[in-house]
Each structure stands twice: as structure tokens, then as C-alpha cells.
Ligand binder design. Structure first.
Ligand code: DX5
Ligand code: ZN
Length: 217
């Protein structure tokens, strides 16, 4: 079993001193930085906008993994590319023409991820999974950090692993929501490639050590 990719979610960072938190991530074993953008329409919360994402991109030494919980995410492909986004991740539920959006993201030179809400079945991705660089399974309802992990995600993850393996897709499997050392271990055992964690990392007494522990689950 290879080590999971760790993508700390800065939704749980200290926004009054985000530079300090990003610098801590820079010297940690974190692989990516997970950035949650919310619009108050698709999800019942508003988080950060592109001016802040751009400044985070400037000081982060880790690639940006941008999780867009917004309607019409395709409007921002160029903007995200220009600020150096590595992974642009859109929700299945927000894209009527998902195939087109995925192609546009890839044509712009970014990796394309698609996220499923907890109630959206894995089977909805059957005809597009081969084109994806990553699938994110939400293990909480999107909108807030610090929620409780939905245990059904583990079965869903096994189903996705099977779909990916049978279609020859190279997509990584990312899990987001309520991930900590305990749930993270179950997820890695079930075949997760990327773990996102907000509260478990940013509320830990020692972030660098927590990231090290997650990396070595
Ligand atoms: C929720 C966000 C998550 C969240 C994770 O809508 O997509 O990335 O910040 O936070 P924790 O790990 O605290 O559940
Ligand atoms: Zn997220």
C-alpha cells in the first residue's frame, strides 16, 4: 500500500494569519493544499474568494487542489489556471454539461477532478471516469468543516475503486469531510489515494506531526 497524498483543507486555517499556516504547511509532509471555495448558493455557506486564493497560491510551495462548491464553476477556469491551480475540482451536481467542463479544464492545462455529494451514486460517473484525473467523494455534506464522517463513504469508496479499475481510469480517489487518524486509516485500507483534512490538522496541537501521522497511516 503506497502512502496517501495529504491535502490539508485551509477552510480550518486561521484567516487572520493565514500566511503562518501556509508556511507551516510548506515545511510539512503535506503534498497539496486543499482550497474550499463556496458561493452560498450551491452550499449554505460562503468561504473564500479568488483574491485570497491568489495570495495563497503565491506563498504556497505545495500545489493547489481547488474544490469549487459553486454553481457555474466553468466561469472561472481561466482565472484559476492563471493563479497556478494544479487541480480544478467541480461538483457533479453543478455541471449539466460535465463532459464539456472537464475537457475545458484539461485544455486549460489543469488536472480535472469531479466531486460527488454523499447522496450521489458512484455510477453517475461511469461514462466519464476514464477522462478524470481525480474523483472526490464527499464524506460529509459540503459547506462546513468539523462535521462527522458519514460511514457509508467506505462502501462507496470500494465501489469507486472497482469502477476505476474496470474502466482503466487513472483517476485518484480523494475523500473529504471528517477525516482524522481513525477514519483516515479505514479509507486508506479501502483504497483512498488522497485524504483531505481540515479540523484534524489545523486544530491539532502540532500540525506538522499530525500530517506526518496521516502520511504514515
Ligand atoms: C467541506 C469542505 C471540506 C472541509 C473539511 O465542505 O469541502 O474540505 O473543510 O473539513 P474537516 O476535515 O474538518 O471535515
Ligand atoms: Zn473540500
Amino acid at each position: 500500500m503506497s502512502k496517501p497524498i495529504i491535502s490539508p483543507s485551509i477552510l480550518s486555517a486561521n484567516f487572520l494569519n493565514i500566511q503562518a499556516d501556509i508556511e507551516t504547511l510548506n515545511r510539512s509532509e503535506a503534498d497539496w493544499v486543499h482550497v474550499d471555495v463556496m458561493d452560498g448558493v450551491f452550499v449554505p455557506n460562503i468561504s473564500i474568494g479568488f483574491p485570497l486564493v491568489k495570495q495563497v497560491a503565491e506563498i504556497s510551495e505545495k500545489p493547489l487542489d481547488v474544490h469549487l462548491m459553486i454553481v457555474q464553476p466553468e466561469k472561472f477556469i481561466k482565472e484559476l489556471k492563471d493563479m497556478g491551480t494544479m487541480m480544478m475540482n467541480v461538483h457533479y451536481e453543478t455541471c449539466t454539461h460535465l463532459h464539456r467542463v472537464v475537457q475545458q479544464i484539461k485544455d486549460a492545462g489543469m488536472k480535472a477532478g469531479v466531486t460527488l455529494n454523499p447522496s450521489t451514486p458512484v455510477a453517475m460517473l461511469k461514462d466519464i471516469v476514464a477522462d478524470l484525473d481525480m474523483v472526490l467523494l464527499m464524506s460529509v455534506n459540503p459547506g462546513f468543516a468539523g462535521q462527522k464522517f458519514i460511514p457509508q463513504t467506505v462502501n462507496k469508496l470500494k465501489e469507486l475503486r472497482q469502477l476505476i479499475d474496470t474502466t482503466g481510469s487513472q483517476a485518484l480517489i480523494q475523500i473529504d469531510g471528517g477525516v482524522n487518524l481513525e477514519t483516515g486509516k479505514l479509507l486508506v485500507e479501502a483504497g483512498a489515494d488522497v485524504l483531505v483534512a481540515g479540523n484534524a490538522i489545523f486544530k491539532a496541537p502540532d500540525m506538522v506531526d499530525m500530517i506526518h501521522q496521516m502520511k504514515n497511516l
